[in-house]
Design a protein around this ligand. Sequence first.
Ligand SMILES: Cc1cc2nc3c(=O)[nH]c(=O)nc-3n(C[C@H](O)[C@H](O)[C@H](O)COP(=O)(O)OP(=O)(O)OC[C@H]3O[C@@H](n4cnc5c(N)ncnc54)[C@H](O)[C@@H]3O)c2cc1C
Length: 472
Amino acid sequence: MCGAPRSPTLGSMNTSAPTDTTEQLIPGVARERVALPGSERWDDARQAFNLRVDQQPVAVVLAANELDVIATVRYARRRGLRVAGQATGHNAGPLGALDGTIIVNVAGFDEISIDAETRRVRVGAGVRWEQVVPQLSELGLAALHGSSPDVGIAGYSLGGGMGWLARKHGLQTNSVTAFELVTADGHLVRTDAIHEPELFWALRGGGGNFGVITSIEFAVYPYAELYAGALFFPFERTREVLHAWRDLLPTLPDELMTWAGILHFPPDPALPEELRGGSYTIVWAVFTGSEDGGRRLMAPIRELGAEMDTFAMVPPAELGDLAMDPREPLPFLSGHDLLDHVPAEGIDALVDAAGPGSGAAITMVQLRHMGGALGRTAPGAGARATLPGAICVFSLGVTPDDEIARATEATLAAIRAATAPYRAGFYPNFVEDAAEASDFYEPATLRRLRDIKALYDPADLFKANHPIGATK
Ligand SMILES: Cc1cc2nc3c(=O)[nH]c(=O)nc-3n(C[C@H](O)[C@H](O)[C@H](O)COP(=O)(O)OP(=O)(O)OC[C@H]3O[C@@H](n4cnc5c(N)ncnc54)[C@H](O)[C@@H]3O)c2cc1C
């Protein structure tokens, strides 16, 4: 993907950056931590999780510590460049063109410290859920991570964070107790309920618009075991299973969160034989109560007679891979909606668009039951306290070539048309294209976010995946 090798100097970047022949790299940042176009590490440094995204920033700083970030922010400001914080590149699509932008990759911020007594965790901004969830599990603790173990805690928390325990404990961002970040004036700032409380409010849901996060502190929850698993049905039974799942939802307590969906597994030899190349309709659930209680609640689905049943009492670490999300970067297109109560004909329309006989080009359609704590604002919450809707739909199609990409686009459009009548909003973490900030926030929340942006980053130095725009 990279072009002809060029001399790796900032002065030679094909950008709007002014040429500077005396200052070749970023002062204060070790040369080996700056990846430039044409350098050996360029393609690795700029790679996003979605291989359809071709990130072309002016440089990637592989920051090792706060001083690297401070030096980069000050340098960018002097040179009229912008800065985009990035951890794993799982939501790089909406960033769009990166002309004149330096990516600060924080993967090197890998500190993890767990205080089991107070149930508080502090992690560097580069830590992925899979690095901390197993350690917590050993201590009988569970975090509010989502379906994918290799998503970064930073981006997930800045945007909200909807995981298996969300109906019980809400979005992860509500459990964040502090962020540390480098702000546009090039200073390291701590934000929590006492320090810079307005900025702390904005960061909890306002994304990467306010600085480069260097560390995060958050609360975790005491669970030695949970009742969790999946029921696998043949793809041909999608309609019957999704109707039964929809009927089940009103009966469920906040302690149980269930997801349902279609999954077409690739013929990947790394997968268990029974899944390889198979197509299933799957109902998952995680219940924070007893095995008996969980079995009772899930009985209407189990009674349909599943082909495979993996439910058991498991330690929290097992939730990491429960959804069987892909671990390796891959090319894909996706679509998403938050839906209000979906009537039976809405399920029929969705199955017509993506189920058996539809000829749909799609890898996964996933429905998450929402409500519970996801709909309740806690005192002292931040900008993204809740999410609207009763069901979250996220669809993804792997697109190895253009023909499949075109077919996937058509399927995603058909799914969108099927769900549009019930649309309640959008969840930024699941939106992988550029979007209007007004799609995500109430007008008053957006105004407050923009006022805080104007205070902390008046020149719009920081480029986030979902920009909040300027005060009008
Ligand atoms: C396979 C898959 C499964 C997913 N499952 C879930 C799920 O179950 N629940 C859920 O809520 N979401 C889920 N997501 C969405 C995920 O939460 C978002 O993609 C999130 O933005 C990823 O954060 P990241 O740090 O890993 O990615 P990145 O692309 O590195 O970051 C995304 C954005 O976050 C901001 N950011 C990240 N790090 C920093 C930093 N240090 N400083 C400043 N800004 C920063 C930036 O604006 C950046 O553009 C999933 C995504 C994928 C691809």
